[in-house]
Design a protein around this ligand. Structure first.
Ligand code: URA
Length: 206
């Protein structure tokens, strides 16, 4: 039945977003997933709940609350930039799965100058206490700034990688996930749904 009316012809089209579709009384309407991009500001934790700090979920507009949204991946509390918030568990898992190699690109500022030695070390694989990192890209963009590209996402990974060279990360901002870049006009603390094209950019990588 579509909206309570028995449908006898297979050529009838119904929009599951707008109509209630049932078979023998069971609702089979397909629930569309929601994909939001957030420009994460400092001070928010990437979790759905936290006793001490505000969470990124608090930045999600009311209309999306109550459908089990969660952040696909973590950024530290003091890291800013692109974050995907969704109710699609499969997609979230795939974005993060190291095997899928979805690149995450970050702008980094250090307390000391960035060196070629760091760039060479990142390429070769920095050794951390939880194992050797996959090859990472480090492009020097200024005396103390760089663009870093990672293919995995370990706890505090960039901070720990630079820590191996005695450097402290003073600013960390995620610019992109795969080919999806944070748009310039998305103000810190705000989010919006991905367009179809943006969603494709993410999905084509996983
Ligand atoms: N690496 C870090 O150290 N922190 C982040 O938030 C992301 C990558």
């Amino acid at each position: 039945m579509v909206d309570g009316e028995v449908i006898k012809s297979s050529s009838v089209k119904a929009d599951p977003e707008k109509s209630r579709i049932t078979v023998d009384g069971v609702d089979i309407s397909i629930k569309k997933n929601v994909y939001l991009m957030l420009n994460k500001p400092k001070g928010y934790v990437s979790a759905t709940e936290d006793k001490e700090h505000q969470t990124v979920l608090e930045l999600v507009p009311e209309e999306y609350q109550g459908r089990g949204m969660f952040p696909a991946g973590r950024l530290d509390r003091d890291t800013t930039g692109l974050m995907i918030i969704t109710d699609d568990g499969v997609m979230a898992h795939n974005i993060l799965a190291p095997k899928k190699h979805v690149q995450k690109i970050y702008h980094v500022e250090l307390d000391i100058p960035v060196t070629q030695q760091m760039a060479d070390g990142f390429k070769a694989g920095v050794e951390l206490n939880d194992g050797v990192c996959k090859e990472a890209g480090l492009e020097i963009t200024g005396e103390k700034t760089a663009t870093v590209t990672l293919k995995e996402g370990r706890y505090h990974q960039i901070k720990r990688m630079f820590g191996c060279y005695g450097a402290k990360v003073v600013e960390l901002h995620r610019l992109a996930m795969g080919d999806l870049y944070l748009p310039d006009d998305l103000e810190p603390g705000t989010c919006r749904e991905l367009t179809e094209a943006e969603l494709k950019l993410l999905q084509q990588q996983i």
